[in-house]
Write a protein that binds this ligand. Structure first.
Ligand SMILES: [Mn+2]
Length: 356
């Protein structure tokens, strides 16, 4: 169920009056935006297409309302999202330059997170700033740091919420400068409209963007086709080593620090690589092990259908979602792989049968 959460200005909603509360929160957010002038927009550490796209779209809408918005993020904008940074409107947090601005802001709009920890370096200044904090997000976790939170965990992307908010609540026209960043948010958070969370409304919004003349092939290419020869070589190493277990229903592979060194790459270049373990026929669970720079073991887990990798990950201090989770094990790489593959096989066979 969509969960509107607000703690300070609204009473917690009771039983099933949820709809009403959500409306009320939205109304208060609109009033707050209309009343004020200086806005700081931000998103989570290591921002993705949804966080960045939502920020840029809101920035454009606020500009049109003659407000003074500024986007300040904890992390730098990744290379593949630089095309969203037209006019260099996205700033990377520098305390000496930005603390003053954040402290003077009327409103801080935090997008695509409801947990302040994920603001990372910016957390202290955001929490202590006198500004009214507003959160718009689609995650369930919430540490209640904002006065106004609009969270809908049924939405596949914050971009979908921002689209409705700009159009229906702020009553601003959606044009290409808003459609392009929001489309980016939709495709990155829905895996190009293939994840379960994708709903009819998501595709209707995408259709609206196409009608405005955005080019899906160009946006896709900007985001997903920026690989280097080095990352392709790294992928080659990973593919060669894929090993089947549990009657080819579970596949795993690994990358060591030596592999990163040999290909001049780093762990962050493995984005999306674990998905290859699920591209094989009958494969419903996959694992990618990689060695961190401090020689520990990171495990990325992916699953299909009723296979729950989150439960396994939690047992080892990891976390994530039902079909996509991660674990960091502070133990040497090769022995840990051996041990954890055995554990994964045991877990899989216990819950999903031996297939024999
Ligand atoms: Mn998101």
């Amino acid at each position: 169920m969509p969960t509107p959460i607000n703690q300070t200005t609204l009473p917690l909603f009771e039983n099933d009056s949820g709809e009403e509360s959500m409306e009320a929160v939205l109304r208060k957010i609109v009033q707050t935006i209309k009343k004020h002038e200086i806005f700081v927009l931000t998103t989570h550490v290591n921002p993705d297409g949804d966080g960045l796209g939502s920020e840029v779209a809101m920035y454009q809408a606020l500009k049109r309302m003659n407000k003074k918005p500024i986007i300040i993020n904890t992390s730098e904008t990744p290379r593949q999202y630089q095309f969203l940074n037209k006019g260099r409107i996205i700033h990377t947090y520098n305390p000496a330059r930005h603390d003053r601005i954040i402290k003077k802001a009327d409103v801080i709009l935090v997008l695509d997170i409801s947990v302040s920890k994920r603001l990372d370096r910016m957390q202290p200044v955001v929490l202590t700033a006198p500004a009214i904090k507003i959160c718009i997000d689609h995650h369930l976790d919430n540490d209640h740091f904002a006065q106004l939170t609009f969270a809908d965990d049924q939405a596949p992307a914050t971009a979908e919420l921002i689209y409705n908010f700009i159009r229906q609540d702020l009553k601003q026209k959606i044009d290409k400068s808003i459609a392009e960043p929001l489309y980016t948010g939709l495709i990155t958070d829905t895996g190009n409209f293939r994840f379960n969370a994708t709903r009819p409304e998501t595709l209707r919004i995408a259709a609206d963007f196409l009608q405005m003349g955005i080019r899906p092939n160009e946006i896709y290419s900007n985001v997903f086709e920026q690989g280097s020869i080095n990352t392709i070589k790294l992928l080659g190493l990973l593919l060669e080593r894929i090993k089947p277990e549990c009657g080819s229903r579970f596949h795993w592979t690994y990358l060591s620090q030596d592999d990163f060194t040999a290909t001049q790459t780093k762990p962050s270049d493995t984005e999306g690589f674990v998905d290859y373990t699920l591209k094989l026929e009958n494969s419903v669970m996959g694992a990618l092990f990689y060695e961190t720079p401090d020689h520990y073991t990171k495990i990325s887990l992916r699953a299909k259908g009723n296979v729950n990798v989150q439960k396994f990950a939690k047992g080892y201090g990891g976390g994530g979602h039902f079909s996509a989770s991660g674990i960091l094990i502070k133990a040497p790489f090769m022995p840990t792989i051996e041990k954890m593959v055995k554990e994964l096989v045991k877990y899989f066979e216990t819950h999903y049968g031996t297939g024999k």
